[in-house]
Design a binder for this molecule. Structure first.
Ligand SMILES: [Zn+2]
Length: 75
């Protein structure tokens, strides 16, 4: 292991929440060096706890609410 910080890579559909297995939108790098993945739901739920133990929180949950390329058409 090195202590060099690597640029955060975007989360992908292959990244899964450690709690429920849904697609992960938060990556939490722990002060202890570990890494946790959470979906938006669990990321919010555990956020107060995570902030105590996280060295870094990568939050991509805003992608959930971003406008989609193919919006539903209103009829
Ligand atoms: Zn989850």
């Amino acid at each position: 292991m090195t202590t060099v910080l690597t640029p955060a890579s975007p989360l992908t559909a292959a990244d899964r929440c450690d709690r429920c297995g849904a697609q992960a939108y938060l990556r939490v790098v722990l002060l202890s060096g570990g890494e946790l993945l959470f979906c938006a739901h669990h990321g919010r739920k555990f956020e107060p706890e995570l902030k105590k133990i996280a060295a870094e929180i990568q939050d991509e949950s805003e992608r959930l609410t971003a406008p989609k390329a193919t919006p539903d058409e209103e009829r």
